[in-house]
Write a protein that binds this ligand. Structure first.
Ligand code: GDP
Length: 298
């Protein structure tokens, strides 16, 4: 995902490190190249701008240029700003399920973003690493195939799904899922909502009704990283309608340009909580800004 960006930044940094002394002009020139590299990686323009401004302020302000390894220092500052841009504070990227069981988690997003797959991946992770008892339910009443898909994924992953009952509304299914979870002692209920190919009023109304009725502890918006700036815009639209508590960015294993990952936090304020890194049921990483910054800087 970040190969091209890594390569470009690597080139800039090699030149910086290669020099002994650095002038402010050297830094300005290097940062201009960094800005171009970010924009070419599809990072939102305001994010690229503020990124470079932050690095410059720190690089010039901290007497970095007079140190014995100025190039190295500038690279360190870029790393720190990258972590901040991806990140936010510690703990931000964890699921907050601190509530009496059963805890509802709402999965929202466009059709094809990887929502159903991510639902099963997160459910499996909660079961395996946190020993939670998880129930999954598909609320996609319009697409029986989507319900079937969640059921099959559940069977593969060993995660229980709510039995499918034809003719119920999304809200009725959500209520049935919560009731079943209460009676059967589940800890977490993952609600996989219906998606659409694009955002429309009907989708937003339905999802926000479900949100209001279920009052989820987490509302996770699933976004396809390959769609770049579109993913960021989709996030903005969803955030207008409901309090999205976190983002699941899928297809980070693909050969997109990575801009969505870098812009998401600053543009939408929503922390990325998980990264989808493949089609397999265990291809999910907890999002770690330090590690991601490390990958980008190589
Ligand atoms: P939904 O319509 O949003 O529920 O999307 P699905 O969960 O059905 O996913 C659509 C396709 O994307 C499926 O073929 C998934 O296997 C694939 N997919 C989901 N997440 C990832 C990911 O992180 N990486 C890759 N390479 N494929 C993914």
């Amino acid at each position: 995902m970040f190969d091209t960006l890594s390569e470009r930044l690597g080139g800039v940094f090699d030149r910086l490190r290669g020099r002994g002394a650095l002038t402010e002009e050297d830094v300005t020139e290097a940062l201009r190249e960094v800005r171009v590299a970010l924009i070419e990686a599809d990072v939102a323009l305001p994010v690229a701008r503020s990124f470079v401004a932050k690095v410059k302020e720190r690089a010039v302000g901290r007497e970095v240029l007079k140190s014995i390894t100025p190039g190295q220092q500038v690279v360190k500052i870029v790393h720190d700003v990258l972590v901040e841009t991806l990140g936010g504070s510690e703990g931000d990227h964890e699921l907050n399920l601190n509530r009496p069981a059963p805890v509802p988690v709402l999965m929202v997003g466009l059709q094809g973003s990887g929502k159903t797959t991510s639902t099963a991946k997160i459910a499996l992770r909660l079961q395996k690493t946190e020993k939670k008892k998880v129930l999954m339910a598909s609320l996609d009443t319009r697409r029986p195939a989507a319900m079937e898909q969640l059921k099959v994924l559940g069977e593969q992953a060993g995660v229980k799904t709510l039995p499918i009952v034809a003719g119920q509304s999304a809200l009725q299914i959500a209520n049935r899922a919560m009731e079943a979870a209460r009676l059967q002692g589940f800890d977490v209920v993952m609600l996989d909502t219906a998606g659409r190919l694009s955002i429309d009023e009907q989708l937003m109304a339905e999802v926000s009704d479900i949100h209001r009725a279920t009052d989820p502890a987490e509302t996770l918006l699933v976004l396809d990283a390959l769609t770049g700036q579109d993913a960021v815009q989709t996030a903005e639209r969803f955030k207008e309608r409901m309090p999205v508590t976190g983002v699941v960015l899928t297809r980070l294993d693909g050969d997109g340009r990575g801009g969505a990952a870098l812009s998401m936090r600053e543009v939408t304020g929503a922390p990325i909580k998980f990264a989808g890194v493949g089609e397999k049921i265990d291809a999910l990483d907890a999002f770690d800004p330090e590690r991601m910054a490390g990958r980008i800087l190589g």
